[in-house]
Write a protein that binds this ligand. Structure first.
Ligand code: NAG
Length: 212
């Protein structure tokens, strides 16, 4: 009888001594505040409503009338403040026939993709430059480890659709072609750092909105 009581009081003592920090149920992002490494600062909980935890924009197909014939509709903390601080987020991918999400990375999180419609060829390249790619059908899921370059291409003649989830509420998105050719980095420096010839670089700059 004495021993169990001793353990219970120890448990109570240790839990009370380690609970100085208030447990926070959530930290709905205050989108008017700047975002730091830990995300947005928290909105005053008294102003939080259920609508902070619900986001309906992923029910609408993205506009694929563009160069890549694809649309990525994010539900990151910046669009869906309820995920702020929770280390999760989501997005919808629409791919018209011929559509492609070009090589890109999410510096902040891993990604898991589920195909809802059509067929999608998807893959990533490891740090050892090994390529892992496969054509996915409806209900297949594929995971893309954090930070690695990856792509998704519509592999069929019909519209393809996928949903993706991330292990970050702000995973970030850096598209390789735009990073290389969609800015004002001088052509000579791109040529020197990529071994591509200048004519090809200038052509891609013209298509992707780069200058110089
Ligand atoms: C889709 O984007 C194109 C190109 O920007 C635009 O012309 C078109 O109006 C958009 N369609 C819809 C339904 O928003």
């Amino acid at each position: 009888m004495i021993l169990p009581l001793f353990f219970i009081s120890c448990l109570l003592l240790s839990s009370s001594s380690s609970s100085h920090a208030a447990v926070q149920d959530f930290c709905v992002g205050d989108l008017t505040a700047p975002q730091g490494p830990a995300g947005y600062s928290c909105k005053n909980p008294s102003t939080v409503t259920v609508n902070d935890f619900v986001y309906s924009a992923l029910g609408i197909a993205g506009n694929t009338s563009n160069l890549i014939k694809a649309a990525v509709t994010p539900a990151f903390a910046a669009q869906f403040p309820g995920v702020n601080g929770l280390g999760i987020s989501s997005a919808r991918i629409d791919l018209a026939p011929g559509g492609v999400v070009p090589f890109h990375t999410h510096p902040g999180g891993s990604e898991i993709l589920i195909v809802l419609q059509g067929t999608i060829s998807a893959g990533f390249v490891s740090s050892a430059n090994t390529v892992y790619f496969k054509t996915l059908k409806v209900a297949d899921i594929m995971v893309f480890p954090q930070g690695l370059l990856h792509f998704q291409v519509n592999a069929g003649n019909t519209v393809a659709q996928a949903y993706v989830s991330f292990s970050s509420s702000s995973p970030g998105l850096q598209i390789l072609d735009y990073a290389l050719f969609g800015n004002n980095l001088p052509t000579e420096l791109i040529a020197a750092t990529t071994f591509l010839d200048s004519a090809q670089i200038k052509k891609l700059k013209a298509v992707l909105g780069g200058t110089g």
